[in-house]
Design a binder for this molecule. Structure first.
Ligand SMILES: [Zn+2]
Ligand SMILES: [Zn+2]
Length: 189
């Protein structure tokens, strides 16, 4: 079974969005494809993806927090598993952490920068007591790359501790990023 409380961007209502809204999203995705960007794969906009909609401020329930990079957004996890629980997401729809390649190293590093900055802006400065990482597919319902930023790590609840365990099968923390020739692997140390 999938662990509870994963990837809580948006609202439950938004996840079960009715067809009318999806139709709008598909039209937008088609427009994106017409511009030469393939939605759902190599970037662009996927109207069925809640993180794409949040990044474009189309989800009134989720406010964007200040973020120093225009191609990234940051917001609070709607179902926080720690006193501080933020998500850092690229505006462009890009796949999950399994499909990262070397060219994504800079963006992953900037996502981590944003994660640290949002903690500091929210008066959490003990960077040794934080947890940042990706959910390893398929243990995540949203296939839009997103970095979980949790703090304090010492206050994660029991279930959260299981779900966000360092380098568990579900959750890959980012401290060291290595490239094995085919795909980007993200390791903690
Ligand atoms: Zn996740
Ligand atoms: Zn998306």
């Amino acid at each position: 079974p999938r662990p509870a409380g994963l990837c809580g961007g948006g609202t439950p209502a938004a996840r079960a969005r009715p067809l009318a809204a999806q139709g709008r999203g598909e039209a937008a995705a088609a427009a994106g494809a017409a511009e030469g960007r393939e939605a759902g794969n190599g970037g662009g906009y996927d109207g069925k993806c809640v993180f794409c909609r949040i990044a474009r401020q189309e989800e009134p329930g989720t406010a964007l927090l200040p973020c120093e990079y225009e191609d990234l957004v940051c917001f609070r996890d709607i179902r926080p598993n720690a006193p501080h629980h933020y998500l850092v997401v690229p505006v462009e729809h890009m796949g999950n952490c399994k499909t990262l390649k070397t060219e994504h190293i800079p963006v992953v590093k900037r996502m981590m920068e944003v994660g640290k900055a949002v903690l500091q802006k929210n008066n959490f400065s003990d960077l040794s007591n934080i947890r940042m990482g990706f959910h390893w597919p398929p243990f995540c319902s949203i296939s839009h790359l997103h970095l979980h930023v949790l703090a304090p790590a010492s206050q994660l609840g029991f279930l959260s501790r299981l779900v966000y365990r360092i380098n568990s099968y579900w959750f890959i923390t980012v401290s060291v990023i290595k490239y094995n020739g085919k795909s980007l692997n993200v390791y903690a140390y």
